[in-house]
Design a protein around this ligand. Structure first.
Ligand code: NSS
Length: 430
C-alpha cells in the first residue's frame, strides 16, 4: 500500500493508501465517525463506518481527540461536497499519540491568546494557507531573478554601521566593539553589484520600531536587488515587472489558499504593468485636498499612504521625495537637488508601502558630504566609499518587504500573521 501526501490524493482515486497526520476535527453519528485529517499538505475527510471496520479500528477512531497523531489507511473516493473534493473510506487506523485537550478549538479566540500559542496556531487552516502563499512568493522570487541572470549574494546580519537611520538599530556586543543587527543588506549589495553586475539578497532584517502598528515588525524579511548601470527609470521598470510576476505566480499556484483566505481574486488580477506614478509634489497636493495636514517636506504617514493607494486598482509609485527625509545614499535629482531619484511602491487596497528604492549616489565627494550631513561616522563607511573610488558607476536597487507583500496578497489586516513567528513590540515569545 502506498504512503501518500494529501496534496496528491487526486491521483489515487479507487486505491487504498496510507496517510500519516493529525486529527483536525471529528463528528460522529453513532454508527459513522467523520474524521477530518490533515497531513501538513492538505485536509481530507475520513469516514469510519462501524459495520465495515474491525471493532478495534472503530474504537480507536472514537478515542481520537483534536490534534491526536495517527496513521490511517483507506480507499480514496471522489466526493465533490467534501473538504478537498475527496474522501477516504477508512479501513485501518493506528493511533500515534492521543493529544491532550487542545487549546485552540474551532470557536473564536482573541489574537493575544493565539499569538501566545503561535507554535500551535500555525496548524490552523488560515495560517497554513498564509504560509504556503509566503513559500510560493519566495519560490517566485528565486525564479524571477534566476531567469534574469541575477546572482544571489548573502549579506551579513551583524554589521558595524546603520543603513536606514540610527534610531531603529538593535545594538549588541561584538567582543569589545559594538555591532548592530542589519537593517538592510543594501550597502553590501552595492559592493556585490560592482563585482557581479546584477545581484540580490534575501534575508532577515531588523528594526527597533518603537511604535505599535499593523505594518511594522521588529524582524522582517527583505528581498534586495541591486543593479550596476541601472538608473531610477530602469529600477522602477524592474519593480513593476517583479511585483506583477509575484501576483501572477500566486494566482497560478495558490488558488486553494486564496479561497481559504476568501481573497477577492479580481483585485489581484488587476495587478499588471504599467503601474501609475505620482510625484511626491502631486501626492502632497492631493492629500491636502483630501483633508490631510501633511506639508511639503514631511514624510507620508500610513494614513496618507492609505488615502493614495485607495485611488488605484494596482500598485502606485510615489517618486521624488524631499532629500531631507531620505537616507544618505539617495542620489539627488540633478535638475532639482531638493528631491531624490527614489520611489516607494504602495500596494493597492490601502496596504501601503511594499517597496522602497532608488538610484544611489555614485560621486565620491557628494557621498562623503551626505554622510557628514547625516552625522554618520565616516570611518565605518570607508569600504562603502571605496566603491566610489574604484570604478564607480550609476546604480540602483530596491527592497521589497516580504511580510508586507504577503499581507497584501493574502488580504490580511496585520503583518503579524504574515510571518511564522512574529517579533512585535513587547513580544518575543514563542
Ligand atoms: O526602509 S526601506 O524603505 N528601504 C530600505 O531598507 C532600502 N535599504 C532597501 C534597498 O534599497 N535595498 O524598507 C524597504 C521595505 C519597505 O518598503 C517595507 O516593505 C519593508 O522593507 N519594511 C518593513 N516591513 C516590516 N516591518 C518593518 N518594520 C519594516 N520596515 C521596512
Amino acid at each position: 500500500m502506498e504512503r501518500i501526501y494529501l496534496k496528491h490524493v487526486g491521483r489515487y482515486v479507487g486505491s487504498e493508501v496510507e496517510i500519516r497526520g493529525w486529527l483536525y476535527n471529528k463528528r460522529s453519528s453513532g454508527k459513522i465517525i467523520f474524521l477530518i485529517i490533515r497531513d501538513g499538505t492538505n485536509l481530507i475527510q475520513g469516514v469510519v463506518v462501524k459495520s465495515e471496520v474491525p471493532a478495534e479500528v472503530f474504537e480507536a477512531a472514537k478515542r481520537l481527540t483534536q490534534e491526536s497523531s495517527l496513521i490511517v489507511r483507506g480507499v480514496v473516493r471522489e466526493e465533490p461536497r467534501s473538504i478537498s473534493g475527496y474522501e477516504l473510506s477508512v479501513t485501518d487506523l493506528e493511533i500515534v499519540q492521543i493529544a491532550e485537550e487542545y487549546p485552540i478549538t474551532p470557536k473564536e479566540h482573541g489574537v493575544e491568546y493565539l499569538l501566545d500559542r503561535r507554535h500551535l496556531w500555525l496548524r490552523s487552516r488560515k495560517q497554513h494557507a498564509i504560509m504556503l502563499v509566503r513559500n510560493e512568493l519566495i519560490k517566485a522570487t528565486r525564479k524571477f531573478f534566476d531567469e534574469r541572470d541575477f546572482v544571489l549574494i548573502d549579506a551579513p546580519i551583524l554589521t558595524p554601521a546603520s543603513v536606514e537611520g540610527t534610531t531603529t538599530l538593535f545594538e549588541t556586543d561584538y567582543f569589545d566593539d559594538k555591532a548592530y543587527l542589519s537593517q538592510s543588506g543594501q550597502l553590501y549589495m552595492e559592493a556585490a553589484a560592482m563585482a557581479f553586475g546584477k545581484v540580490y539578497c534575501f534575508g532577515p532584517t531588523f528594526r527597533a520600531e518603537k511604535s505599535k502598528t499593523r505594518r511594522h515588525l521588529m524582524e522582517f524579511w527583505m528581498i534586495e536587488p541591486e543593479m550596476a548601470f541601472y538608473d531610477q527609470e530602469d529600477n522602477m521598470k524592474l519593480q513593476e515587472e517583479y511585483v506583477s510576476y509575484l501576483v501572477q505566480h500566486v494566482l497560478e499556484h495558490c488558488r486553494p489558499q486564496l479561497e481559504v483566505l476568501e481573497r477577492d481574486i479580481s483585485k489581484l488580477e488587476a495587478v499588471v504593468p504599467p503601474f501609475p506614478r505620482l510625484s511626491y509634489d502631486e501626492a502632497v497636493e492631493f492629500l491636502q485636498q483630501h483633508g490631510s495636514d501633511v506639508q511639503w517636506g514631511d514624510d507620508l504617514g500610513a494614513p496618507d499612504e492609505t488615502i493614495i493607494s485607495n485611488q488605484y486598482d494596482r500598485p502606485v509609485f510615489i517618486y521624488g521625495f524631499p532629500t531631507g527625509i531620505k537616507a544618505f545614499y539617495f542620489k539627488p535629482d540633478p535638475t532639482r537637488p531638493e528631491i531624490v531619484l527614489g520611489s516607494d511602491l504602495l500596494a493597492p487596497e490601502g496596504y501601503g508601502e511594499i517597496i522602497g528604492g532608488g538610484e544611489r549616489i555614485a560621486d565620491l565627494d557628494l557621498l562623503m558630504q551626505r554622510i557628514q550631513e547625516h552625522n554618520l561616522p565616516q570611518e565605518h563607511y570607508e569600504w562603502y566609499l571605496d566603491l566610489r573610488r574604484y570604478g564607480s558607476v550609476p546604480h540602483s536597487g530596491f527592497g521589497l518587504g516580504l511580510e508586507r507583500t504577503v499581507a497584501w496578497i493574502c488580504g490580511l489586516a496585520h503583518l503579524r500573521e504574515a510571518i511564522p513567528f512574529p517579533r512585535l513590540l513587547n513580544r518575543i515569545y514563542p
